[in-house]
Write a protein that binds this ligand. Structure first.
Ligand code: SAH
Length: 338
């Protein structure tokens, strides 16, 4: 039995057509689920008893649970338990432009980035769409406020769970549902080229962020296993295709690791690599974790200046949540290793 939060509006419409019901019923269901926030079919008072029985038979509406919350002034970190007992996490951040939430897309991750806490624990499984939707719904009901943007940058590699992630994006984007604009949604990938190409065909305004983290193969091979499959030249060529096809600017994420990828020469090399491309670079101060020996760079400003001087669009990511284990995967790792 599939969870009702796995269903795009068009899929629900199809369901109602298949059972010889009017398809506008799908919008009524969406109204209960996403506007009134009622998931109990028995409480959907504009539906006939027979239909309610049918819905109870055909769909589950179970929720994942918040089992831990760590709060600081601008950040909340949530640990969720899934129905099968697995753990995932999400982070809420308050900005001057609104509230963003960073959600997980898998239980664990197989991409094997050496600096990343999430990947220390291998992938157990993909998240289903409803498990991503419910992260958003539970956080909104916890804070009693609306979320204005969503980044798929928590535990997992979204393009290793492509179909469920795209389905999730379509559901939260629906004007009959949570209604988060595509331009307020960002998918971050470590660079799975065939899926970036596929994504460029989706005709979506969703933002794409690429975890580049190195200016050449030598460094990238040392810190990101994915580079041994999809190397930097192929990735850059892929991004050029993506930009040409979608006309959208791509975010390049670059985590600043002390004495690994943060030298003056690295900054010059990175500038040359992406010169003339419609990208902007987001320098990420490394969030140190106790299990991993990488340290936060002390040369972020110098690196930033070199990029600026080379006319590269660049920003430094604001640091959130260092004091509440906000490096993604930290809360889950603590819980699993208990
Ligand atoms: N798998 C996807 C999305 C999840 S990781 C991806 O690779 O993009 C989200 C981002 O956080 C990536 O850029 C990742 O490299 C970065 N990251 C992982 N661990 C980090 C840490 N401890 N400090 C700062 N950034 C980190």
């Amino acid at each position: 039995m599939s969870n009702i939060y796995n269903y795009k509006l068009t899929d629900l419409e199809q369901y109602f057509e298949n059972i010889n019901e009017k398809k506008y019923k799908a919008k009524q269901i969406y109204d209960w689920l996403y506007i009134k926030r009622i998931n109990d079919f028995n409480k959907m008072t504009n539906l006939k008893k027979d239909l309610i029985n049918k819905l109870n038979n055909d769909f589950s509406n179970d929720f994942i649970k918040i089992i831990k919350k760590q709060e600081s002034k601008l950040t909340n970190k949530y640990l969720f338990s899934l129905l099968d007992g697995n753990y995932i996490e999400a982070v809420l951040m308050r900005h001057d432009y609104g509230i963003s939430v960073c959600i997980s897309s898998q239980v664990g991750c197989n991409m094997g980035c050496l600096f990343c806490e999430s990947g220390r624990l291998k992938k157990v499984r993909n998240l289903e769409t409803y498990e991503m939707i419910e992260q958003i719904l539970l956080i909104e009901s916890d804070i009693k406020e609306r979320i204005s943007s969503v980044v798929i940058m928590g535990i997992g590699e979204p393009f290793d769970n492509y179909d469920n992630v795209i389905n999730f994006v379509k559901i939260i984007n629906s004007p009959y549902g949570i209604n988060i604009g595509q331009r307020h949604i960002t998918i971050s990938t470590c660079g799975i080229i065939p899926k970036i190409d596929k994504f460029s065909e989706e005709d979506m305004q969703v933002n794409l962020a690429i975890s580049l983290h190195a200016p050449n193969n030598e460094i990238r091979n040392k810190i990101m296993n994915v580079n041994k499959v999809y190397n930097i030249e192929e990735l850059i060529a892929c991004l050029k295709r993506y930009i040409a096809k979608t006309n959208r600017r791509v975010t390049i994420e670059y985590v600043m690791l002390n004495n690994v990828n943060d030298s003056y020469d690295n900054a010059v090399e990175l500038s040359k690599l992406i010169k003339g491309m419609n990208v902007y670079v987001n320098l990420i101060p490394y969030n140190e974790t106790s299990h991993i020996e990488f340290k936060k760079s002390d040369k972020i400003m110098e690196f930033y200046d070199v990029l600026k001087k080379n006319k590269i669009n660049v920003t430094i990511r604001k640091e959130f949540g260092g004091n509440i284990d906000a490096a993604c995967g930290q809360l889950r790792a603590k819980e699993v290793e208990k």
